[in-house]
Design a protein around this ligand. Structure first.
Ligand code: ATP
Ligand code: MG
Ligand code: MG
Ligand code: MG
Length: 481
């Protein structure tokens, strides 16, 4: 199929190969770079070339790079466009072509190769980048109403406090052109989706903050494969594309439910499972085993979250009648099946991946079951004391938080189980506890912000850094099984 995820990837690489780019394999999710924890963008493996630290072997390259962005974990399943792991298609120029060609090819790829209607495409440029504005308007012919000038936060890219940097320009797809030009906030994701970012690396930022023009100008781009698949396959979100949906269908089958008929919270849980399974399969494949520090902690959190989601959906054991079994390996097999065209050794490493997942899942289920026992005791106490006092039975926020924080026991499950017994939970007290913890982890959180922009600040903090960013969504278990 011309719109399948695999063909979108292949067509991108071939499009740029036909324009002199060397197709290079995806690098590992574990970067050869001490300043970032994980590969967060297609440019990362080329950073030493951009920085002039190593000589270039080629002047043009194109890749499909698997990426992980933990700062997007909270968005997963809640926005229609963010994943923990995604593939970034990119074309790169190392001191070769620049703005004119990059813009022309990005446009031709989008409109001629992928066939997107030109009047559906909107452009953002950096507010001071008149050159890019002119190219989009005069050479490509995009009307001025569909070119937005945006500020530094959105459209100026830096690799660190100093070093190569430059303005960028993004292409957005408009799902609702009937809304016209006046109501046109590119950040409104009910209407627009950003799919391609072109970075024009043209300055060197100096210590005093001034910008010195680079002798060697570079191009760094990124197009989200899942986003393009969603646009071309005309599905309501990235999760329903052929790149991810088969995993969701498999999870639905194990939970004995139908995605199409499910309510929104159930769909969100299924999307989270699909997302997290992809991420953990590729992380383990790239050598990251679940643990309590650094990257291993990220894997552990993602696995645990997927297990919790599975239990919320009612998956018991392996979902196929073996209550002592594990279901993640069954979903992981689906992820591995789908990876045929992805450039990695994931197939060859399948046995280890499945084994690792099984062990981690069963271990976590034990933790959860301990929490269930404790909850049972708490519920009996609550019921007894309510009876004595003649009051309504409830569980304190502190107790719910203890289960959540120390036993890794999800508050949704606490609420549900307690509810079945006629016990309510003091949720506002629980929220206070959560807020306290969130505030405490805030300082550390700032250290592990995994974006390109502040990647350079991370030097030296990586190997022992506990991943805390994730905890803003769900607390971490301090007691390990
Ligand atoms: P957004 O504003 O939607 O969060 P971004 O501006 O952070 O995206 P870039 O850093 O410009 O994204 O990355 C280049 C491209 O990679 C994006 O245009 C998008 O197509 C894709 N992309 C970025 N983050 C994600 C993600 N979490 N999941 C899927 N695709 C992504
Ligand atoms: Mg983003
Ligand atoms: Mg953006
Ligand atoms: Mg962007």
């Amino acid at each position: 199929l011309p719109t399948s995820g695999n063909s979108i990837r292949r067509r991108f690489l071939e499009f740029y190969a036909a324009r002199g780019h060397k197709i290079l394999p995806s690098a590992s999710l574990v970067p050869d770079d001490p300043t970032v924890l994980l590969t967060i963008a297609g440019m990362l493996p080329f950073k030493p070339i951009f920085l002039g630290q190593v000589p270039r072997q080629v002047t043009r390259a194109t890749t499909s790079q698997r990426c992980i962005r933990t700062n997007d974990v909270e968005n997963v399943g809640r926005t229609s466009r963010h994943h923990t792991m995604f593939e970034m298609l990119g074309n790169f120029s190392f001191g070769d072509y620049f703005k004119k060609e990059a813009i022309r090819w990005a446009w031709d790829l989008s409109t001629l190769e992928y066939g997107l209607p030109t009047d559906r495409l909107w452009i953002s440029v950096y507010e001071d980048d008149d050159e890019a504005f002119e190219i989009w308007h005069n050479e490509i012919g995009v009307p001025v109403q569909r070119i937005k000038r945006m500020g530094e936060d959105d459209n100026f890219w830096t690799s660190g406090v100093t070093g190569p940097c430059g303005p960028c320009s993004e292409i957005y797809y408009d799902f609702h052109p009937e809304r016209g030009h006046s109501d046109s906030d590119l950040g409104d994701d009910t209407r627009f989706i950003e799919f391609y970012n072109l970075v024009f690396m043209q300055y060197n930022k100096l210590d005093d903050g001034s910008l010195e023009p680079l002798k060697q100008k570079n191009i760094d781009t990124g197009l989200g494969l899942e986003r393009m698949a969603r646009i071309l396959q005309k599905v309501p979100n990235n999760y329903e594309t052929d790149l991810i949906f088969p995993i969701i269908e498999k999870a639905s089958e194990l939970a004995n439910l139908s995605y199409a008929l499910a309510d929104d919270p159930t769909k969100t849980n299924l999307k989270i499972i699909g997302d997290h399974l992809r991420a953990v399969v590729f992380l383990i494949s790239d050598g990251v085993a679940p643990s309590n520090i650094g990257r291993g902690y990220i894997v552990r959190r993602l696995i645990r979250r997927a297990v919790r989601m599975g239990r919320l959906l009612g998956i018991k054991g392996d979902g196929r009648g073996n209550t002592e079994g594990a279901f993640l390996p069954i979903l992981a097999e689906k992820v591995i099946d789908l990876s045929t065209n992805i450039d990695s050794d994931v197939k060859a490493r399948a046995a280890r991946i499945l084994e690792e997942l099984k062990r981690e899942e069963l271990r976590f289920v034990m933790t959860l079951e301990r929490g269930e026992k404790l909850l049972e005791q708490m519920l009996l106490d609550a019921l007894l004391s309510a009876k004595e006092k003649g009051t309504v039975p409830f569980l304190s926020g502190k107790d719910a938080f203890l289960l959540y924080d120390t036993y890794g026991f999800p508050v949704e499950i606490t609420t549900e189980v307690a509810g079945e017994r006629g016990v309510s939970i003091d949720m506002s007290a629980f929220d206070v506890e959560m807020d306290n913890q969130r505030r405490q982890s805030q300082a550390a959180h700032n250290v592990v912000k995994l974006t390109v922009e502040n990647g350079a600040d991370l030097t030296g903090n990586i190997p022992d850094t506990e991943f805390l960013g994730y905890d803003t969504l769900s607390s971490r278990a301090k007691v390990e099984a």
